[in-house]
Ligand binder design. Sequence first.
Ligand code: NDP
Ligand code: 2IT
Length: 448
Amino acid sequence: MTHRTIDCDDFLSDLAKRTPGEDAFHQSVAEIIPDLIPIVNENPEYREFALLERLTEPDRIVSFRVDWRDDDNVAHVNRGYRVQFNSAIGPYKGGLRFHPTVNQSVLKFLGFEQTFKNALTGLPMGGGKGGADFDPAGRSAAEIMRFCQSFMQELHRHIGPDIDIPAGDINVGAREIGWMFGEYRRITNQFAGVLTGKGLSFGGSEMRTEATGYGVVQLLCHMLAERDDSIDGKTIVVSGAGNVATFAAELAMCKGGRVVTLSDSRGFIHDAAGLTQDKIDWVRQHKSKPGASLEAYADTFDATWHAGKTPWDVACDIALPCATQNELDADGVKALIANGCAAIVEGANMPTTRAAQAAIREAGLLFAPGKAANAGGVAVSGLEISQNRQRRTQSRDDLADALQDIMQTIHDTCAEAGRTTSGIDYAKGANVAGFRKVADAMYAAGVA
Ligand code: NDP
Ligand code: 2IT
């Protein structure tokens, strides 16, 4: 049987027809597929197995009603999801996001990206993502706890240590994971490693909280070392003020960088003197209240607040977008370049728009995509799974070493797969290396 070669534009327009309105999902596929099509076209057996078509269709999507009562006893309804994207190399693994912008398209993009990211960690984890369109801003702890419990009332049917192991993401941290884990135990009477990012007293892993942000900076350091450069003395712009942003800022600072911004959904702070550990601790404490504004930072420290703005106009050597998808557009990239920025490393998932990526490529900036740079978090989640299965806990030092090794390997793997005559294309390297592993496994499993 002969199979026609795949044309990129045709593939993407067919996908858009099959999945109307799913812009975020289309964007994530359009970022990856051009790097994969040459591999598939060179491998007739992949075309015969419709590998790309199958890779871009989730294994399944569960969508469900989540009802809960607020503190005034008023009933509310939200929509919960779990997108189980691809389990070719292991059980589904990926975070849960609670945010009003959550919809099927956003979770499909996140689950699709997660599939490649998890493959890059070298650990046996498939890709998944979930969450709900619930907005915790302004909600009490009791309300968020009841929401988590109601969410788990349905989610528990679809997860398990050999099926799907969720974790946190935007607005889901150790506190929410604890509430969901507690509800899972109540429902099933099982103490199982069914969520990661748990508290240390009930099966959580040392280093998981720090892992994503630290991993971002570790990858950045490897990329700079490749060019005989280092982070020491560099000025760094960070967006976001949550888990990824604050731990990326912390390690960047420890390694001699001067971090001058953080941001949230209301604006950004510019602290020209640079963040310190005390300031970062203050941010963590302040932002632990859902909906708290970063504006208070400028009232507390010597810094300026820029309402409704992103930090991309601030002069820097390096930018780390660590908040959310599409937060950095082409104008932002141009402003960064005009002010001296030479490197962009993605802490968030898909923080750069397609036009921003084109501007980055055109300018030849040093760039790492989120699926490589933020993989440290899910990697330590993978180590939490192993610890839970063995009913043991590894020391913080061992896990810190393991994270460093994994980020070094991710760097080297992406560099090898992305080496071109003009340098290293880390985005291509991550796409190709992640795909090879998943594609081999999908091919080996056959097609019905
Ligand atoms: P957090 O909830 O801890 O922090 C999110 C931060 O981003 C907050 O400062 C929030 O501001 C800001 N933010 C959220 N949505 C928007 C928006 N629409 N516009 C502007 N700012 C926004 O989340 P994380 O730090 O965990 O996640 C940040 C990013 O990193 C996400 O893309 C996530 O998918 C990715 N990621 C997270 C991992 C993890 O281990 N946690 C692992 C790998 C990737 P505000 O407080 O005002 O809402
Ligand atoms: O995007 C991500 O990699 C995460 N939110 C972490 C997923 C996980 O399972 O630890």
